[in-house]
Design a protein around this ligand. Structure first.
Ligand SMILES: Cc1cc2nc3c(=O)[nH]c(=O)nc-3n(C[C@H](O)[C@H](O)[C@H](O)COP(=O)(O)OP(=O)(O)OC[C@H]3O[C@@H](n4cnc5c(N)ncnc54)[C@H](O)[C@@H]3O)c2cc1C
Length: 411
């Protein structure tokens, strides 16, 4: 049984689909989601279908893979079963847990209502609706009131926050504002709040500085060394400063899936399971935890980063243990092959490194685009994303600016 059809779970299932085993892949959604491009759905540049693929379609021709859409709520280790949300048990011989992570509001869960994070398609669509409704609302309200609709605050200066801020600045200015005459006159602002001394803290200092300079050139106000102390319906507080806004996006903290608590295994501070070097539980060699849900130290003893390549490599590694039916003492330790990192800033610039070589600017962005297109699932999605990007560069008209309903908070 594999829980989670994200990067880790999908990689494991794909490696096992020609092996004589029966696989049950359980996910609460019916699709695999390419999270690295989720922010482009949130800013109305891409449509949900461009970056998600139905799991049943991915495994259509593989008879040993069964898909079950449902929420796993606990692992009953005594019965070797997963408990589903309707109370039904699903038994397993071998279990791979790849349920990923959710946003973490540092104990202030009430903030989630006002500051949605970006993890699922629902999150991205919620943010997109808020963004579009805010522009529409700002068109008709008094200028003094419009300010809170035209101020966008992104909390967290990691890759998600930086990519979101840069792309929002470009798309809003070039692709949306021209259609909103009143907004054009009133102007809008994007504020990126980071608690640390620089954006992209995992990148070299020089690349962080570049990213910050590019963001500022795009009109993003970067606030460093500022902690968010409160978020309400129409404001965010950074230290003593109150910023009136109805648009706060949370990109600041992650916590592993609560499902892992039912394993009763040691967890780290982010709720990740501390696994052995073969990614299995300390107390059960046939239950594996991979991806964002696992704490697996690298050669220097630091936890591996929450990245798609880590999850994919771990999924393939566990699949090879299962394929070879390796006893615990015969398993090699998992080793992560770090091929680099790239983060975009705006629509034609990026920073990062690949195989130890640092890149920045247009070349880095080109590499970023190629890598993302390559890893998208299915030719149709690759073609659609590429054509949407080309269309946008030629016309500055993003293709997904539709409002389907009111944001969850207003329903
Ligand atoms: C906005 C954003 C941008 C990112 N950008 C990048 C990037 O540029 N490069 C990069 O390398 N990484 C990036 N990441 C990180 C990367 O996406 C994650 O590290 C990766 O998805 C982890 O894979 P996973 O398999 O552990 O979990 P996920 O891919 O999150 O998959 C978890 C799956 O489990 C399912 N699930 C969860 N709980 C349950 C349950 N109880 N029952 C049933 N199903 C369940 C979920 O529906 C989901 O399908 C980004 C993440 C986000 C959110």
């Amino acid at each position: 049984v594999i829980i989670g059809g994200g990067f880790g779970g999908l990689a494991a299932a794909q490696r096992l689909r020609r092996v004589p085993v029966e696989i049950l892949l359980i996910d609460r959604t019916n699709h695999h989601l390419f999270q690295p491009l989720l922010y482009q759905v949130a800013i109305a540049a891409l449509s949900p279908g461009d970056i998600a693929s139905p799991l049943r379609a991915i495994f259509r021709s593989h008879r040993n893979v069964t898909i079950l859409m449902g929420e796993a709520v606990a692992v009953d280790r005594a019965r070797r079963a997963i408990l589903m949300e309707n109370g039904e048990p699903v038994c397993f011989d071998i279990l791979i847990l790849a349920p990923g992570s959710r946003h973490f509001y540092f104990g202030k869960d009430i903030w989630e209502r006002f500051a949605p994070g970006l993890k699922t398609l629902t999150d991205a669509l919620e943010i997109r609706e808020r963004l579009l409704i805010s522009f529409e609302t700002a068109e008709r309200v008094h200028p003094a009131e419009a300010c809170k609709y035209l101020t966008f605050v992104i909390v967290g200066g990691g890759p998600t926050g930086v990519e979101l801020a840069g792309a929002l600045a470009e798309v809003a200015r070039k692709g949306m504002v021209p259609d909103f005459p009143t907004v054009r006159a009133k102007g809008f602002s994007i504020i990126l709040i980071e608690a640390g001394p620089r954006v992209l803290p995992a990148y070299p200092q020089e690349q962080s500085d570049k990213a910050r300079a590019w963001l500022e050139k795009l009109g993003v106000q970067v606030h460093l060394n500022e902690h968010v102390t409160d978020v309400t319906e129409d404001s965010v507080y950074a230290g003593q400063t109150c910023i009136p806004t109805v648009n706060v996006i949370w990109a600041a903290g992650n916590r592993a899936s609560p499902l892992l608590q039912s394993l009763k295994e040691p967890l780290d501070r982010q709720g990740r399971v501390i696994v052995r070097e073969d990614l299995s539980l300390q107390s059960d060699p046939w239950i594996f935890v991979i991806g964002d849900a696992a704490y697996c130290p690298d050669a220097e003893g630091r936890g591996l980063p929450a990245l798609a390549p880590v999850a994919m490599q771990q999924g393939r590694y566990v699949a090879s243990i299962i394929r070879k039916n390796l006893a615990p003492h015969a398993r090699p330790a998992f080793v992560y092959h770090d091929r680099g990192n790239l983060a975009t800033v705006g629509l034609a610039k990026a920073v990062g490194e690949i195989s130890g070589v640092h890149f920045s600017g247009f070349l880095a962005w080109l590499l970023w685009s190629l890598v993302h297109i390559f890893y998208l699932i299915g030719f149709r999605n690759r073609f659609r994303v590429m054509s949407e990007w080309i269309w946008y560069y030629l016309t500055y008209r993003p293709g997904a600016q539709l409002i389907y309903g009111k944001p969850r908070s207003e329903r």
